[in-house]
Design a protein around this ligand. Structure first.
Ligand code: SAH
Ligand code: MG
Length: 220
């Protein structure tokens, strides 16, 4: 399991960004965001291998990951079509009507994401990809050091993210999954099933923080 002590740069940067973190829309409680950052900090694969986040939304989790990526000299590639997941659409639990683009009538979080990354001073460390995650995976040829899955939580979408991105994780690389609930009464099944699939396929758990699970891929 990962040592929970925060390195100095991370504690400092989180405290400097406290107001931004508080003001940014999203779904990442501070303890889980801090755990996410700490897990990337402990990923020792070379910095030419990027970290990939599926599910940017307004950039809340990207602040946590981006701070560490910047320190490591690594790029964070954050992927989202920015039209929201099922549960973000009108009539659903996590809908925010202020995010509807009045011209298209669709949800659009892209401008918020860019604003967050600029305010956090992470422009040079974060690559913003506005695309469907599976489609982008089909043209992304390389290996990655770290994968954070926090995109669509429907069964098909979660399986697609797993199948299209997990094989790109280099040996000893990390896989983090958000919204993992063993108890179906607490949340949807798909992230939990994907998490179990990882454990059955060469990944070992190294962190549990709230609904965040982080695993390390076996060395080859
Ligand atoms: N990590 C964010 C929350 C992500 S919410 C935070 O810290 O607040 C889930 C996001 O996944 C939404 O923004 C949605 O647009 C995105 N998403 C859902 N399905 C997707 C797909 N197929 N491709 C890319 N992004 C997707
Ligand atoms: Mg989430």
């Amino acid at each position: 399991m990962i040592d929970s002590e925060l390195p100095h740069y991370l504690a400092l940067s989180l405290s400097r960004n406290k107001e931004l973190i508080r003001a940014t829309k999203g779904f990442m409680p501070p303890d889980e965001g801090t755990g996410l950052a700490l897990s990337l900090h402990h990923c020792e694969l070379p910095s030419f291998l990027p970290a990939v986040e599926i599910g940017s939304y307004a950039g809340l989790s990207a602040i946590y990951l981006g701070i560490v990526a910047k320190e490591q000299g690594r790029l964070l590639i954050s992927v989202d079509h920015h039209h929201g997941s099922e549960e973000n659409q009108p009539g659903w639990e996590h809908h925010d009507a202020s995010l509807i683009d009045p011209v298209s009538g669709r949800m659009d979080t892209l401008y918020l994401f860019r604003r967050t990354i600029e305010l956090a001073g992470l422009v040079d460390s974060v690559v913003t990809v506005a695309a469907d995650s599976k489609r982008f995976a089909s043209v992304y040829p390389g290996k990655i050091a770290f994968l954070f899955i926090d995109g669509g939580h429907g069964m098909d979408q979660a399986q697609d993210d797993f199948n299209s991105w997990v094989p790109k994780i280099a040996p000893s690389g990390f896989l983090a999954i958000h919204d993992v609930f063993a108890d179906p009464a607490l949340g949807g099944r798909a992230p939990f099933l994907v998490y179990q699939k990882a454990l059955a396929n060469g990944f070992k758990e190294i962190m549990v923080q709230g609904s965040l699970r982080v695993m390390r891929k076996d060395p080859e």
